[in-house]
Design a protein around this ligand. Structure first.
Ligand code: NAD
Length: 353
């Protein structure tokens, strides 16, 4: 067994009502002037956080946008600067935490993340900014949140459809962590357990979306899958989602949900250890088919066509995906990629090509 494992320095507080711990988290980090971030439409939640933080609140900025457009990032940096903020509290999904990271990248301000979806950005040192239809990403430890407050209560309002897609997004992190070139035993344990948690929690959420216990089970999965994402290098699946998101402005979580079974089927024969772990986690002989069936059961989109992708878009995606170098357990060929995308476009059951 050969591996290198680098633990990421961060603190995690996980409990129902954990949001009440925010003042203590701020004090532990010595932060006195926090900028509270959220997406539009969640001003009420941002105000609650600002009230909780009291005199530690330097401002509230509720303009986070998916994929962090560069002008949105610049404006937020200006707001943080003019408020003399010494840190940010990002309360929301990956878009809000992404905006916090864009500020941290520029101003080196520590982030306290309060995730309200299952995207997992809170556990990673990965930032991303979109400019002229292309998303630039990078790794920098100064954007890794210093403290993560997981409060299942904040996820009760996440619509069932979005919960399901966001859960599939998280499962995708775990799947690619299991066959990553820098996989390690502890991360693989977390990834397998994360998939197991979601496989049980997502159907339970569809039945009882306001049950805090099932929401806690899903958020536990999000933590595990996010940690697996933060610790490893992602492969073809994340590359394709990245290309599709940047080139066609597709919804992030739904794109992950559609592509995951197809990429897994493509990689299956080249990733036997990952497949063994996924068989155990999903309790199924064919993990790709099981994930496709789970998507169908949850009602998340199963075809790229449902997301607005047309036949004419595929060649651009193939070109962009092949032009960058990235790791993958199986060689990515133009024919293989075309066949994979055709299957995903039409929502066919995943097959090993
Ligand atoms: P999001 O943050 O855009 O949230 C989706 C929608 O759900 C938004 O309208 C938001 O306001 C709403 N929402 C969020 N939480 C809610 C709740 N509890 N109740 C009701 N509505 C709620 O989407 P996302 O899928 O969480 O994040 C996607 C973004 O995160 C993408 O830009 C992606 O690239 C990025 N991301 C980055 C990383 C990383 O490591 N850097 C990891 C995962 C995702």
């Amino acid at each position: 067994m050969n591996f290198t494992y680098q633990a990421l320095p961060m603190r995690v507080v996980f409990r129902l009502g954990a949001i009440a711990a925010l003042p203590e988290e701020a004090d532990l980090l010595g932060l006195r002037r926090l900028l509270v971030l959220s997406t539009p439409g969640h001003e009420g939640r941002a105000a609650t956080v600002a009230d909780l933080l009291g005199e530690r609140t330097a401002g509230v900025h509720t303009y986070a946008v998916m994929h962090v457009p560069v002008e949105v990032a610049r404006r937020a940096v200006e707001v943080a600067r003019s408020a003399s903020a010494d840190g940010c509290v990002a309360v929301g999904g990956g878009s809000t935490i992404g905006l916090g990271k864009a500020i941290a990248l520029e101003l080196s301000l520590p982030i306290i993340a309060v995730p309200t979806t299952y995207a997992g950005s809170e556990m990673t040192p990965v930032w991303g900014v979109t400019e002229e239809g292309a998303k630039r990403t990078g790794r920098d430890h100064k954007v890794l949140p210093r403290s993560v407050v997981y409060d299942p209560e904040l996820t009760l309002s996440l619509p069932v459809a979005l919960s399901a897609a966001s859960g599939m997004n998280a499962i995708a992190h775990a799947v690619e962590a299991l066959y990553a070139p820098d996989a390690s035993p502890i991360v693989s344990l977390m990834a397998e357990e994360g998939v197991r948690a979601f496989a049980a929690a997502l159907p339970a959420i569809a039945d009882a979306p306001r049950d805090p216990a099932v929401r806690a089970a899903a958020l536990y999965g999000a933590w595990l899958c996010g940690a697996a994402l933060g610790a490893t290098t992602m492969s073809l699946h994340h590359k394709l989602c990245h290309v599709l998101g940047g080139a066609l402005n597709l919804p992030h979580a739904e794109t992950h949900a559609v592509l995951l079974p197809h990429v897994l089927a493509y990689n299956a024969d080249a990733a036997p250890q990952a497949m063994t772990a996924l068989r155990k986690a999903l309790g199924a002989d064919d993990p790709a088919l099981a994930l496709y069936a789970l998507s169908g059961q949850l009602g998340t989109p199963t075809s790229l066509a449902e997301l607005g992708v047309g036949e004419e878009d595929l060649e651009r995606v193939v070109e962009q995906a092949l032009s960058a170098s990235y790791t993958n357990p199986r060689e990515v060929t133009p024919e293989g990629l075309r066949a994979l995308l055709q299957g995903a476009l039409h929502g066919q059951p995943p097959v090993s090509i």
